[in-house]
Design a protein around this ligand. Sequence first.
Ligand code: IVH
Length: 675
Amino acid sequence: MSTTDRETANRVEQLRQAINEHNYRYYVLDDPQVPDAEYDRLFRELQALEASHPELVTDDSPTRRVGANAETSFEEVIHRIPMLSLDNAFSDEELQDFDRRIRDRLKADDPIEYVCEPKLDGLAVSLHYEQGILTRAATRGDGYAGEDITANIRTIPSVPLKLRGSGFPDLVEVRGEVYMPKAGFERLNQTLANKGEKTFVNPRNAAAGSLRQKKPSVTARRPLEMCAYSVAVTEESVLPETHWDSLQQVSDWGFRINPEMRKATGVDECLAAYRELMDKRAELPYEIDGIVFKVNRLELQNALGFVSRAPRWAIAHKFPAQEELTVIEDVEFQVGRTGAVTPVARLKPVFVGGVTVSNATLHNMDEIHRLGVRIGDTVFIRRAGDVIPQVVKVVLEKRPDSAREVELPATCPVCDSDVIQIEGEAVARCSGGLFCPAQRKEAIRHYASRKALDIEGLGDKWIELLVDKGMVKTVADLYGLSKEDLTGLQRMGDKSASNLLAAIDKSRQPVLWRFIYALGIREVGEATAKALASHFGTLEAIAEADEEALQQVPDVGPIVAGHICSFFDQPHNQETIDALRTAGVQWQTETITAEPKPLLGETWVLTGALSGMTRDEAKERLEQLGAKVAGSVSKKTACVVAGEAAGSKLTKAESLGVKVLTEEAFVAFLESHSA
Ligand code: IVH
């Protein structure tokens, strides 16, 4: 070997050690020591060296977690020591019986010491290490024979490809659980749902599905973790005296062990541990379905032995299930604050996740189609922690002949206005906007907001009160409020009542575009409202325009045109507008210039401070003349108005040869163009 070859080999070894150390700190200890960027640099350097020196590549290199062209074999693996299951205790009494049986069998007078471990909800795996190198990983299977999943297991970052430290036996088998943390599960399901693909019912199924992949590169993209819970040494070697110490040893070899693990002496401490863990269940980053109690002393474990397929020295005390089956008795539609029409499943009441659940949201029609839910179906309901109950799967085998398809109602169940579903949008909406009681508060809040009719003092609190007391049903009712009405409301003093009434009164003569904006038509923001006002001149003209005519307005495409038409098509909205007119609200008509607007198609930029008018006033004047006002200068800018202390925008305009007007010249320009 030449000196440079030796240097390369040394560097490769150094990089592997550093990367393995960082992996360990990141994935096993949750305590990263270097920023991701530094880790990436080391990883890329190692990849590059291995690419130019293929002879230096080894199987345990951290770059080889996903083997090139590797496929998972799923070949049968016979477990040298069977992988047993656990008996379950479903009540405190059953746990007390378990402890009593153990003490009787051991003729023990003193309380027994147990290790309490969260029962992770994933899949049991067996990992073989020979001379410290991971050589084989298998599923539990039926406990006697499982399947070879080595290539997939290698992709899990918290599984050591090589044991840390020294002093481990030549042949060692570590067992533990592979699981998917909650956050990773949510993300994975979101990605699958976005692609219209089948989602997983729970993190356990997601972990199982991920390990069942033929291609390890797919498994590698799934957020799996592995936590060790036992060690089975398959050749003569010195074992510690307790289960607890054997797990400390496994931890020293580089495995993740569960940080919630603790010791308990006697059954009462076990019961206390059960309750504490149950209280913590929702906030743990992974799912657990109970707690496992194991006799700590290994010699006592041996003395107790096994009965059929479970050890006598361990038991799982289960938590309330987070999934149950029930029947969808009906699907009703609810209307939200913003008009979204949401299907809600009415369920045969079921106890799940610690509460009785009788409703579950189905989100939208897309979700109903994705799940294939029908009324009468038996479904999996899942409620984890405080999360709202979800319908996660239909049991097709249990579908009765009478099962009915769910149909989106044509009209709003609250106000009877048409329900509109825009193509490409998942959410269906009530088009009753201003009128729909379900949308009442939101419609009033929007109407009174600063950019709309700017009714000062009419904040959320008052809107709540006025609507809840039935004093205001639509925005038109605001104009009928009297001082007595208001002072009758809690905490509303004489002065505030007068102020609010004055503010309401002041809003009676809005400019047209503000009034259009205030109507709260979907996707009609300020700019569109302005464009509509200046194009049509009157509200009547807008209300009468068809979709084609509406699309003549700059920025109005087919979707917005559809929203505008369906808004004015609703008799209720027309009635509310009429009521506003009767209440004395008079929006001004926009003067439409007979000639085309002189600045139509031009983009202007305002910069620096203007002394004679505000920026907003200048903007409004330019927009009236047809210009668009932009925030930055480009070659396409028609003109820059430069006020006091104009900076970089002015410099840029000059360098691009864009026309520049001083404030004085701008004022003169406006005057020459005023009607
Ligand atoms: S000990 C002989 N410890 O529960 C002891 N199992 O019903 C066998 N599990 O297949 C397992 N967390 O998948 C043990 N801390 C834990 C566990 C645990 C989850 C699973 C494991 C096993 C099943 C037994």
